[in-house]
Write a protein that binds this ligand. Structure first.
Ligand code: ADP
Length: 461
């Protein structure tokens, strides 16, 4: 929406437009572009795209095809990380050929195990296996899903961690051999292995743990000659952390890091891609304040995150100090099923985590999208939830708090709030002399407004 020029790249279906390397290069040439920024979806992590852009004489804003390929294969990445002294989730560093072989390794690793696609991404081709009896079926399932999604059915095994947190480190490397890390992001609140809420810093890391994890991430990036902005993902449990994967691109959740470091990551991507050296060292990186991001998607969280489509009839955006909206919609915009359901990202920043949460609660209340369902009210519930507020998170947060996405609970809460408001009103009318005519509307002081979109019991008083 801030673009100076727009060029048609083909029909809505991404296979005929955003995923067509030849078309994109033709358009880049026609536009007279010198560089291509791959964004964070579609071809952003495809080595052949990075190569094709470079072969066409353009600058690819991101790492080399070799780096992308090395990190894109999870088994190869695990081998490289092990060699670089980065702790990996216990398990294999090579694909397993058949269920019998998988069975032997699973005994060694210990159940429950996680079957994973070597070419994986987006949580696809992943199966948790609790017992040996479930292994053959899960193996075939994971293999089939991986083949369909990535054209590569290789799978391997990892130990399934019971209640880990997802903590990742942002790194930035230049073309002159310098790599720095910009601290961590906590992304434990996920649904089906997809992130919903992210924050920086993590409420759990001590300064020593941050230092250790940051150094491991720098080692990881250096091991693949990393250039540009990237993310090294870890699972953290009981003071230990394990390399999960590296995303060789900018991530959706990068704004929280921008806010706590004061660095513009996209600007740095462009500067690094043009050959500029990083003009600061690790010791210059300061983390200040707290930032939270909620992914606002066109999904009805209270109907199992059912995708919703429609035209945006009205859009009211929150504003005020410490509020940022990175959006992709406008009034009149048609939301279809062709693309990812992400409509925009709401980010708040404040000196402390508690204030950032309060700011987010207020900003979510101000955000109005008319014309389709969004998950805004779900996020408001998360902001109010005591375990979230205490920073007590694991990747199973959503499973362990089913009420947050329970539409019936919402209806019950609303019904209870309406009843409470009516009772209070009746009580007041009985006990008050009718001197002043009521202004009407609004709930009585001290009761929750029944119309509050984020109505949730512990927010009532
Ligand atoms: P993908 O590339 O498909 O996104 P990842 O390896 O990044 O897969 O894992 C995605 C998510 O799956 C993690 O954030 C975590 O929630 C879960 N996960 C992955 N590996 C494990 C594991 N060994 N134990 C428990 N959970 C895991």
């Amino acid at each position: 929406m801030e673009a100076d020029e727009a060029h048609l790249i083909g029909p809505a279906a991404s296979a005929e437009s955003y995923l067509r390397i030849d078309t994109l290069l033709r358009v880049a040439e026609r536009a007279g572009a010198e560089a291509v920024h791959p964004g964070y979806g579609f071809l952003a992590e495809r080595a052949p795209f990075s190569k094709a852009v470079r072969d066409a004489g353009l600058t690819f804003v991101g790492p080399t095809p070799e780096t992308i390929a090395a990190m894109g294969d999870k088994t190869e990445a695990r081998q490289r990380m092990q060699a670089a002294g980065v702790p990996i989730v216990p398990g294999l560093t090579e694909a397993v050929e058949d269920p019998e072989e998988a069975m032997v390794h699973a005994e060694d690793i210990g159940y429950p195990v996680l079957l994973k696609a070597a070419a994986g991404g987006g949580g696809k081709g992943m199966r948790v296996v609790a017992t040996p009896e479930d292994l053959p079926g899960a193996f075939e399932g994971a293999r089939r899903e991986a083949l369909a999604a990535f054209g590569d059915g290789s799978v391997y095994l990892e130990r399934y961690l019971d209640r880990p947190r997802h903590v990742e480190i942002q790194v930035l490397g230049d073309q002159h051999g310098r790599v720095v890390h910009l601290g961590e992001r906590e992304c434990s609140i996920q649904r089906r292995h997809q992130k919903l809420v992210e924050e920086a810093p993590s409420p759990v890391l001590s300064p020593e743990e941050r230092e250790a994890m940051g150094q491991a991430a720098v080692r990881a990036a250096e091991a693949v000659d990393y250039e540009g902005a990237g993310t090294v993902e870890f699972l953290y449990q009981d003071g230990e952390f394990f390399f999960l994967e590296m995303n060789t691109r900018l991530q959706v959740e990068h704004p929280v890091t921008e806010l706590v470091t004061g660095l513009d990551l996209v600007a740095w991507q462009l500067r690094v891609a043009s050959g500029e050296p990083l003009d600061f060292a690790q010791d210059d990186v300061r983390l200040e304040g707290h930032a939270i991001e909620c992914r606002i998607t066109s999904e009805d969280a209270f109907q199992g995150f059912l995708p919703s489509t429609g035209t945006v009839r009205r859009l009211d955006l929150p504003s005020g100090p410490g509020v940022r909206w990175d959006g992709g919609i406008q009034e009149g915009f048609d939301v279809s099923l062709h693309y990812d359901p992400l409509l925009g990202k709401l980010i708040t920043y404040a000196p402390t985590r508690a204030e950032a949460i309060r700011r987010m609660g207020r900003a979510l209340d101000e955000l109005v999208v008319v014309g389709l369902e969004t998950c805004t009210a779900f996020h408001a519930r998360v902001m109010d939830e005591p375990d979230f507020q205490a920073g007590d998170l694991t990747i199973r947060y959503l499973e362990e708090h089913p009420d947050l996405a329970d539409g019936d609970a919402d209806a019950e809460v609303r019904a209870a709030a309406v009843t409470a408001a009516l009772l209070e009103e009746a009580h007041r009318q009985r006990h008050q002399a009718p001197r002043i005519a009521s202004g009407g509307g609004g709930a009585a002081p001290g009761t929750m407004s029944p119309w509050r979109r984020s109505g949730w019991p512990w927010r009532a008083s």
